[in-house]
Write a protein that binds this ligand. Structure first.
Ligand SMILES: [Zn+2]
Length: 246
């Protein structure tokens, strides 16, 4: 039983060293500067999104302005034609007063359309100006956030530099202990570690899995107590170790 029992010991030793390495890494990821950097990055992304949305609004407004200008040119042309025609008919003795009134009404209608289009056009242009100001403000905000972010990056890099030796030592310790383990066991551990925290649990006093509290079958418990096997919980998949090892 000696060899496989020592595999279990080696696995626990590796696990502890690997967790210590992970702790150093997560310590670096959770410093004030690191957390602030993540928050700033989210804010920068959000600001870019806001700018894009406003830019789309401006693009749509610019297209609308083009359409309005087109319509206005058309109506202005019609109006000019009617004005010339009116100048011709107003002194013509063969044209009735009703016809003159009719022509004047038609001209006034066109003039009113031009005024309405003009008002709409001014409204759209004002919207574009407003949107451009919003973009300018957001761009300024984005620049400030980016500046703050680069300050944080500098601090994070300094922190990483300071922790470099400690991180490397923790990594080397875990790697050395990993070399002591059979390949299959490393693969099994890696598989469990992806799914569960903690990946290795002790058997409880009631013969349950220390991770999910599932009662373990007696065959599994005897295998565990013999100590010549790596036992995993049938329910959650965690690696289970006898109590004296935990
Ligand atoms: Zn379990």
């Amino acid at each position: 039983m000696g060899l496989l029992m020592s595999n279990l010991d080696a696995l626990v030793a590796y696990h502890n060293a690997y967790q210590a390495y992970c702790d150093v890494k997560s310590e670096l990821d959770s410093t004030e500067a690191s957390v602030k950097k993540k928050r700033l990055e989210a804010a920068i992304t959000a600001t870019k999104g806001q700018i894009n949305t406003i830019q789309l609004r401006i693009d749509a407004s610019m297209a609308r302005i083009g359409e309005l200008r087109g319509s206005m040119a058309e109506i202005e042309y019609k109006y000019d034609l009617e004005v010339s025609e009116f100048e011709l008919i107003k002194n013509d003795s063969q044209v009735t007063a009703d016809e003159v009134t009719e022509a004047r009404k038609s001209m006034e209608k066109l003039l009113s359309s031009i005024r309405n289009l003009y008002r709409t056009l001014i409204g759209v242009i004002e919207d574009v100006e407003k949107a451009k100001n919003e973009i300018a403000a957001l761009t300024k905000k984005g620049r400030n956030l980016t500046k703050e972010r680069s300050d944080c990056v500098a601090i994070c890099e300094k922190e990483r530099e300071e922790a470099k030796a400690r991180l490397a030592a923790a990594k080397a310790a875990a790697e050395n202990l990993q070399k002591e383990l059979p390949e299959t066991l490393v693969r099994k551990y890696v598989g469990v570690v992806k799914r569960h925290t903690p990946p290795i649990v002790s058997l409880t006093l009631n013969n349950q899995c220390g991770g999910c509290n599932m009662s373990l079958p007696t065959t599994l418990i005897s295998r565990l107590n013999l100590g010549n096997d790596i036992v995993t919980c049938e329910n959650c998949g965690r690696i289970i170790i006898p109590q004296q090892l935990g």
